[in-house]
Design a protein around this ligand. Sequence first.
Ligand SMILES: [Zn+2]
Length: 446
Amino acid sequence: MDESWAYEEGEGWIEQVHDRQASYPWSWSMFLPSSGQTEGSELDVLWKKSTQKVWHIKCDCCGEEIPYVWSLPTKDGQIPRGGMRWGDDESICNDDGTINKERLTDSIYYECQKCYGKMPWSAGRVAKRNIDGRYVQQNKDGDPKIDFYNYNAIAHFPWPDLVMLWKDASAERQRGSLTGIENFIRKRLAEPWDEKKYVSTDKVPEACGGYKRGDSWPDAKFLFCTVDVQQDHYYWRIRAWAMIDGKLQTRGIDWGKALSTGEIKDACDKWNIPQGGLDREVGCRVFLDGNYNTAQVRRICAENGWMMLRGDEKKQFRHKDGLYRMYSPIQYVDAWEGTGAGNQLFVGQFWFSKLEAKNALALIRSIRDPEPAWTYEDDAGPVYEKQINAWARIVRQRKTDGSEFYDWINRSPHDDHLADCEFMQVVCASMAGLVGVTNQDNTDKS
Ligand SMILES: [Zn+2]
């Protein structure tokens, strides 16, 4: 079965296939060659019942049969020895910070998890180890009718390329996207994917930045103003973003509750935030939430040179270049449509994935490298803190197969406007190419 995990949200399809097969006298075998299942899913439950035959090779040093592992799971807060090893950034990078593949290749080896011996890499050595390799049943009580075979890319894929993929995926994670890591775990390591291992649900510590509201930040590359629209007032948030030495950094600049759009304009003017609407020369970095009172927000945007963001349930949006992003391509909407006013003025509008924006913000807020990447002003105040923490990430179970997934609950539904502003900030940073740039969607074949 190809990419079995991609189908697993169906309703018990594997059991159905199995039932059908079980009525035949022969046993059922399944290769899970290059795709790991979702932890706790139907496929994962079957794997746990199965024979769990895993590809083993003999260690060059001690001769023991071992499966290749990328790294062993943490034990008592420590990562045990054994697995893929390569040189540190300083020794494998060029002066400009890019990876020197020759140096990387020279530094790579596999550390035996039994004797800690070094097993060097070459295509020939890997092939030779495979000749002496075999599948070893891991589950002694496994149902012989559910015969599962598993191997990972370490047994057949060039190790330097694997490390490059891993480093790309890790960099993508630092920018707020787990897609690269998920693809690596599922497709290269053929291991179960468990998102919970990569995002913490613990309460995020107060991200006090050591600066005050209204302080400027010389390192800022982009300043965006995002605005949540209520019936007769607005909440606005100005946040600065930068990429420093390849690491994402973002600071709160100021926020406020405004009773008129003029107050928002003043705040944006103070920070020289471009408000040119569709004028490419000037640009626009002010975005209003357009899901409430859409027609009115369009006109406000048209009058002030701002743009509109609209949250949607979709997970991602396909762009002309074939890449998937958390926001849609720009749409041009007539601000005076349906008014019979006779004048026509177009406003830029983008849809965005509410879920992806929330997930990306949670991920960015959890980055410590060692300092937090996402911070806010020391004097942002209790109103701000209450609102940005209105949404909580929780674990839910699927009814179909009992597998777990992340969801969000709103703990104070009428008091989450600044959280909406911060989600929109992440969308803006994504548009600027700083956050969650996903080069592949989850269904691509490799
Ligand atoms: Zn060994």
